[in-house]
Write a protein that binds this ligand. Sequence first.
Ligand SMILES: [Fe+2]
Length: 164
Amino acid sequence: MPTTQSRIRSSHGLAPEIREKVAQLLNQTLADTLDLISQTKQAHWNVKGPNFHQLHLLFDTLAEGLQNHLDTVAERITALGHYAQGTVRSAALVSSLEEYPAGILAGEEHLEALTARFSHYGNRVRQAIDTTAEWGDAATSDVYTAVSRDADQWLWFLEAHLQD
Ligand SMILES: [Fe+2]
């Protein structure tokens, strides 16, 4: 996990040690989100098969949804007086996601790969709702709640293709 230790002066009322812990957790989420966006785009670009068009559009909708939360997560870190570690290289170093399977084409393969990753992502985010609430940062907990609600819906959108 990257250090968020910074020399940024902040008048924020939350205790510095709490802001440090929250910023570290948010930086982990930032890395996971960047990684998941790139993996979802990978599926958007490379999917083939009879459901190509529908899946191509679905995967882009999910990537855009993640992109919207990315900015909120990064700016919560800076609002807490810390440094957002948002480059692709720093994300790749610390992401908790497994690398996307190389060379897969079929719609079902992409759906399986993304379902596993969105499930993992959703679990981490759901955990972070409680963790940040326990640390006394209701505003960050609220950010995670909004991400969690979307993550649950995205998992449903993906998994519905694999269920019967
Ligand atoms: Fe596109």
